[in-house]
Structures are given as structure tokens and as C-alpha cells.
Design a protein. Structure first.
Length: 412
């Protein structure tokens, strides 16, 4: 029997047994890849369990898809009789476009644009002509990972390139656009994006402002001819609830990850505050401060609806249907900590499993809140339980596979 694996909408079931009818080995099919495990597997010690594997990325080391495959290899090595299904997860950050695009059966296309530093590039996004759905991943356009480390300061960067991609999507007359905004390099409140879509920001002399660090001079905002032509069609995946400004705003909470120093906070706030003054109700929305204020920008300038990233993923990946067929769920990410259990994808998935009475196993590079995790997960483990941090980062797939095998061996 071939075990049925799935990534997105690519499924392989037992009916594909013709692939291994000439061999005594057991073949595992993962997405479009086939992995061979040794022949003469020992007889099953335990009854078959239907396992749904839904990890997020292990940031900086493994994509969600790589993590899912590593977990599957380790689990299958210890429990070859189990039926595994892979559903890599993204709640709006890196991998959002690839995973949601695949789940929808969308086609990857590229558009000429610029990155956050206005360097010319081609950015990938996804288009499903059948449902007229566009999927756009911000990290693929103006992502921090696209820039040389330390070369650019956030005051030099903006979201213009993302606006150009959205303009390309708009020309296809979509019925809906799904935008994941995690992983951005910017802190401009969506200023550059708005300019790409025809908004003009003018100073007291009627001159157009071309840098978000000059927004403190803002006196007038000129809308483009058509107000919100995509009203009701854009869903923005956010995984935080921060407002635009203040102690919990984008500059102070997430700015340092992008290169803002404490001495820059006042200047960043001064400029964003002048922008927010024009749209005060928008600036305090939960999630307005996501991705350097991009939540605010998409809601204000494109009438995008801010939605929890996990909810968007769950809806468009068919998660609930898959959960209804699972006996056990495995999830994971780089670190399982208090943030994981308070709104992030892994924590939301865990809450769903607990509500449905499905055991959920957690795997991570490091388990910070061990006591809290052990109370909630059926089992939990970290790569640093097996090796040191340096080795875990150097060979993450190897250690994750080993961790999965260890947890599978102890599962009853």
C-alpha cells in the first residue's frame, strides 16, 4: 500500500499502488516527490493512525514545506503503517503565496516591479483564472530577506513595489485578492503602495511628497479618480493586532527587526502620525501596525479587510475538512513560546484541535515555554532537546526528522 500524502491540492492515494507493485520496499509519496524507505519494514506494532502534518516555517532554517517533509520522513520511519497527509501552513508571512496558490490550483506568474529599495526585479504572484483570485505575498516583493543585510535603513525603503504588483493584479479584474503581509522590510504605513496606485501626498506648497520620511510636511491627500475600486475584494492576512502608532505600534515593536534604532522612533512616529491624522479611525484598527503599517495602508488606500492570517489559510486550504479525517495532528515552528499560544498559526491550530478533541503534537527548534506547551500539546519536543543550537541550525532537517521519529516511537 502507498500512503496518501498531500501538499495543497496534490494528492496521492492507495490507488497509486501501481508505482511500487514491482518492489518489496515501501514508497512514500510527498507532493510530487517520491521517497523510498528500506524494504522489509517490520510489522506494525500499533494500529493505523491518520496523521495530518501542518507545520509553519522554522524561520531562517526550513520552509514550511521542508519542515513537513522532514517530519513525514521521521514519522514514517518509526510508524510505517500510519497514513500521513502534509499541509504546510502560512498565516501571512514567508510561503503564503506558494502555499495558498497551490491550494487554489493557481498559476504562478511574474510582474516587473521594484523591491523595497527600488531596485528593479520581477516578483512572483499567483492567479487562478477559474475563480478570478490573485494571491500576493509581500515578502516576495518588498521582503527584508531580499535585501543585503545592513545595507539599507528603513527610512530608505517603501512599499511602492507592492503597489505595482497590486496594480498588475487589478488589471485582471479579480473577484478577490489574498495578500499576505508578513516579512516586509518597510515601515512606511503603506505610503509607497498608495503612490503606486495613484494617491498623491502634497506639502504646504502643493508639491508632491516622494519619501515617507517627509510626511511630517503633509498638508493634503489627493485620492485617485476611483475610490476603492476593489472594495470588498481584498483580504489581508495579519497575524498581529498592533495599532499603527504608540508603544505597541509598528515602529517600536517591529521596527528594530528591520533596522530602526531607538533614536529613530520619534522621527518614524512623527511622519506616520501625520499620515494617521488624515485617517484616525484606520490607525487604531487591530492589525493596522502589521508589517510596518502595511495593514493600515491596505485598509486605508485599497479598502482591504484585515483578517487573521490563520483563518484565511484554514478557509482556502480546506483545513477543517482535513481535520475531520485526522486522528492526530502534528504542527511546529522555529520556537514554541507564549507568542505561539496567543494568536499565531501554531497556537490557533492547537486551539482547533483541542476544541475538536484531536491530539496535537508540537515540534520546534526550541521550546521556550515548556510548562505551558506540555499542558496543551499531547506531546512536544524541540531540536535543542537533541543537540545544541549551532547543530540544530546547521542541519535542521536532519534533527527535525530525528525528533519526529523519536516522538512517533513514543506515540501510542
Amino acid at each position: 500500500m502507498i500512503l496518501g500524502f498531500s501538499i495543497g491540492v496534490v494528492r496521492w492515494f492507495a490507488s497509486d499502488a501501481r508505482l511500487n507493485c514491482q518492489t518489496a520496499g515501501k514508497w512514500q509519496v510527498i507532493g510530487r516527490e517520491i521517497f523510498a524507505f528500506p524494504a522489509h519494514q517490520p510489522a506494525a506494532k500499533w494500529p493505523l493512525v491518520r496523521v495530518l502534518i501542518v507545520p509553519d516555517k522554522f524561520k531562517g532554517t526550513l520552509t514550511a514545506t521542508e519542515a513537513a517533509k522532514a517530519i513525514a520522513r521521521g514519522w514514517a520511519a518509526a510508524r510505517p503503517q500510519d497514513e500521513l497527509e502534509l499541509l504546510p501552513m502560512s498565516d501571512g508571512g514567508d510561503g503564503f503565496g506558494e502555499l495558498l496558490g497551490r491550494a487554489l490550483g493557481a498559476r504562478k506568474i511574474t510582474t516587473a516591479t521594484v523591491d523595497a529599495a527600488h531596485r528593479h526585479c520581477r516578483a512572483a504572484w499567483w492567479w487562478d483564472a477559474r475563480t478570478k483570485t490573485a494571491v500576493i505575498e509581500t515578502a516576495r516583493v518588498i521582503g527584508l530577506a531580499m535585501l543585503p543585510p545592513g545595507k539599507y535603513h528603513p527610512f530608505q525603503l517603501d512599499t511602492l513595489g507592492l503597489g505595482l504588483v497590486l496594480a498588475a493584479a487589478r488589471r485582471r479584474r479579480p473577484e478577490r485578492i489574498l495578500v499576505g503581509i508578513g516579512g516586509s522590510a518597510t515601515n512606511d504605513g503603506g505610503f509607497g503602495l498608495a503612490r503606486a496606485l495613484g494617491w498623491k501626498f502634497l506639502d504646504g506648497q502643493g508639491r508632491e511628497i516622494e519619501s515617507w520620511t517627509k510626511l511630517h510636511q503633509l498638508r493634503r491627500v489627493a485620492r485617485p479618480g476611483t475610490k476603492c475600486p476593489l472594495r470588498g475584494k481584498i483580504s489581508v492576512a495579519v497575524d498581529v493586532r498592533n495599532p499603527l502608532l504608540g508603544r505597541q505600534g509598528c515602529s517600536r515593536i517591529y521596527g528594530p527587526q528591520k533596522g530602526l534604532r531607538k533614536s529613530d522612533f520619534a522621527e518614524a512616529e512623527r511622519n506616520l502620525e501625520r499620515l494617521a491624522r488624515r485617517f484616525p479611525a484606520k490607525a487604531v484598527l487591530p492589525g493596522a501596525g502589521a508589517a510596518g503599517g502595511l495593514g493600515f495602508g491596505l485598509n486605508t488606500f485599497l479598502c482591504g479587510r484585515l483578517k487573521p492570517g490563520f483563518a484565511l489559510f484554514a478557509r482556502h486550504s480546506g483545513l477543517m475538512e482535513r481535520l475531520s479525517k485526522a486522528d492526530l495532528v502534528i504542527t511546529g515552528e522555529g520556537a514554541i513560546d507564549r507568542q505561539s499560544l496567543m494568536g499565531k498559526g501554531v497556537g490557533e491550530l492547537l486551539a482547533l484541535c483541542r476544541a475538536k478533541g484531536i491530539p496535537c503534537v508540537g515540534m520546534a527548534g526550541h521550546v521556550a515555554d515548556r510548562a505551558g506547551a506540555q499542558r496543551r500539546f499531547a506531546a512536544v519536543g524541540g531540536l535543542t532537546d537533541l543537540t545544541d543550537v549551532a547543530q540544530a541550525k546547521a542541519r535542521p532537517a536532519k534533527w527535525l526528522e530525528k525528533l519526529a521519529r523519536q516522538l512517533a516511537e513514543s506515540h501510542r
